[in-house]
Write a protein that binds this ligand. Structure first.
Ligand SMILES: Cc1ncc(COP(=O)(O)O)c(C=O)c1O
Length: 600
């Protein structure tokens, strides 16, 4: 991308010039900063498209990124630095996905409160490395404090407990990771090492390895057990931990997409008979595909009975612990040994912020702790002792700011807005005979699909209502909206009809059934509709394939449109626009399909 003609290649002044990037930087930095500020402003201009400018094809975009050489010289003059950034603007920023677009209702990546943008400059300017106290004199303790806040929200131990573990070097409330994947991997690492501990005659799996551990304890293998909707990060964990993917046992789900307890018990008994050690039972809250939540209380009991670690993957839904209305859905999470949450999902932090919490702060100390004489010393507060990652940025600043500036009530309101918008969209979708609801929103995800006109049956759909706790309170939209309205986006909340909904539980009707051949046609239309809308670039829902108890004989699973709403900037108008566009596009698709099939 860089014009190599313009790089300074003379060896004589290279040293002098390269130092300019570190010293005398004010003028240069100011210049770049001004330019970047103007880019950001452009990026956030309201646009009907989910891409900042024209929606180029993937191939066209890819073709701009084919330069595998590094320039020989230095670019240190103002004009060429500006030229470099203007190329970045044209090729990268202008065509980037506008994840905060309110017409994008199919992804887990969302708009950020305004304070995270300036905070990101601070994180980079300080460039702390939280691996050890020597390079993070204050942010290590900020991490500790922030982790204690989250630990308390989930596990609510006594004030003495928090006082103790905030001050001693042994033990940690959790680890801050780059995301949910590493958080889940850390939890499985702890689970594996906990399952094969040190004895008088065995040094523990950590030192002896998998084969010796199985041999010593008399097992044929080890396993992770959870529902078939477990996130694929568990496959990565099983692979990295030397267990193999075959040792992840996935249990089918029920009609509400929660793990089938009867089949789980059967599997646990079978594994026991086969002398396969279950290192962890995984509960999900909420599943990535559907948004469903497992029965965590029962899973906790089973984990106790079968002496397995109980992990809850709350990367998406764990943050509902902040919601007064929906916290009750997570009942049993307080019984978990480990919990994953993603800050960069529903705690509204920038990317790169996951968390694994340990109910017992000593659990990682006794299972995975590592020390090195030159960096992470045994008696120190260094967080690198128990984090999988080594050098890490102080992303805790985002997490701390989200928790402290938004607070319990702010986060709770953001989640209420998300759920109510999802409810609104589900009701809207339901009102169109073109669509079949496949999974009702439990929180802020739901699935539906497009039924072509000639296949539509008199389809009494689900009554889409939320299970809401009886002691919920009115949301405080205005307070939260101020944290977003200062953003450079001109979007505001559509609060006119965000009134409290009637509260009751789901009413389920007998769904209509389609044959496998019909399901194949429905799959085609659903897939094409999602792709067509994505190509048009004005609205977006994602697509996935799920196995459903509605169509047990359709083994491949049905293709569905997946709605995920986290962005508080989404209005009812945005939602209507997305659904109405789908209706228009589906009519075009039907015409094209008929022409194609008639011409055969
Ligand atoms: C339930 C669940 N677990 C784990 C993850 C992985 O998180 P990350 O993408 O932050 O690594 C996700 C991401 O979507 C998720 O939904």
């Amino acid at each position: 991308m860089v014009d190599k003609e313009n790089t300074v290649t003379s060896e004589d002044n290279t040293k002098e010039n390269v130092l300019k990037f570190f010293k005398d930087y004010e003028i240069r930095e100011e210049n770049v900063q001004q330019y970047i500020d103007s880019i950001i402003k452009d990026f956030y201009k309201p646009s009907p498209s989910i891409y900042a400018s024209n929606n180029d094809s993937v191939k066209e975009i890819q073709s701009k990124f084919g330069d595998s050489s590094i320039p020989e010289g230095i670019i240190c003059d103002k004009n060429n630095i500006n030229k470099y950034f203007s190329e970045i603007k044209e090729n990268v920023i202008d065509k980037a996905t506008r994840v905060s677009s309110p017409n994008m209702v199919g992804h887990m990546t969302t708009a950020l409160p305004f304070f995270h943008r300036p905070l990101s400059k601070l994180v980079t300017s300080m460039n702390q490395n939280v691996v050890k106290v020597e390079t993070s004199a204050t942010t290590t303790f900020l991490e500790r404090e922030t982790l204690s806040k989250l630990h308390r929200a989930f596990f609510n131990q006594s004030p003495e407990f928090y006082e103790k573990y905030l001050s001693i070097t042994e033990g940690t409330f959790g680890c801050i990771t780059s995301g949910g994947t590493i958080a889940n991997l850390t939890a499985m690492w702890v689970a594996r090492n906990k399952a094969f501990p040190k004895t008088d005659s065995f040094d523990g799996i950590e030192k002896e390895g998998v084969i010796s551990a199985l041999r010593y304890y008399g097992y044929n293998d080890m396993a992770i057990v959870g529902s078939e909707l477990m996130h694929y990060s568990f496959k990565k964990a099983a692979d990295v931990l030397g267990m193999g993917l075959k040792n992840i046992y996935t249990i089918p789900v029920d009609s509400e997409y929660g793990i089938r307890i009867d089949l789980l018990i059967e599997k646990l008994e079978e594994l026991k008979r086969k002398k396969i050690k279950v290192i962890a039972i995984v509960g999900i809250a909420c599943t990535t595909e559907v948004g469903s939540i497992d029965n965590l209380e029962v899973l906790a009991d089973l984990a106790k009975k079968y002496e397995a670690l109980f992990h809850v993957d709350g990367a998406w839904g764990g943050s509902f612990i902040m919601s007064e209305k929906y916290r009750y859905l997570l009942k049993g999470i307080e019984l978990a040994d480990t919990v994953t949450i993603d800050g960069h999902k529903l705690l509204y932090t920038p990317m790169g912020c996951g968390i694994v919490l340990f109910k017992s702060p000593l659990l990682p100390t006794t299972t995975i702790r590592k020390v090195a004489s030159y960096v992470i010393r045994a008696g120190s507060m260094d967080h690198g002792k128990t984090t999988l990652e080594g050098s890490r940025p102080a992303n805790v600043l985002y997490l701390h700011a989200s928790l402290n500036l938004l607070g319990h009530r702010g986060l709770s309101s953001l989640l209420d807005i998300a759920v109510e918008n999802t409810n609104y969209m589900a009701e809207l979708v339901k009102s169109y005979p073109q669509f079949e609801i496949i999974s009702k929103p439990i929180t802020n995800i739901f699935l539906y699909r497009y039924i072509p006109s000639w296949l539509r049956k008199d389809n009494e759909q689900f009554e889409v209502r939320y299970p809401v706790s009886p002691n919920s309170k009115t949301i405080e939209i205005e307070e939260v909206s101020t944290l977003y309205s200062n953003s450079t986006q001109d979007q505001t909340f559509d609060i006119s009809d965000l009134t409290d909904k009637e509260e009751n539980s789901f009413v389920e009707e007998e769904p209509s059934q389609y044959t496998n051949e019909e399901n194949q046609v429905i799959d085609y239309f659903t897939t094409e509709l999602q792709a067509k809308q994505k190509r048009e670039g004005k609205g977006f829902v994602s697509k996935t394939t799920v196995k459903t108890t509605k169509y047990p004989n359709y083994e491949k699973g049905i293709d569905v449109l997946r709605v995920v709403i986290a962005n508080p900037l989404v209005t009812h108008e945005n939602i209507k626009a997305v659904v109405e566009e789908q209706i228009r596009l589906s009519q075009e698709l039907e015409k094209e399909y008929k022409m194609k099939t008639q011409s055969i």
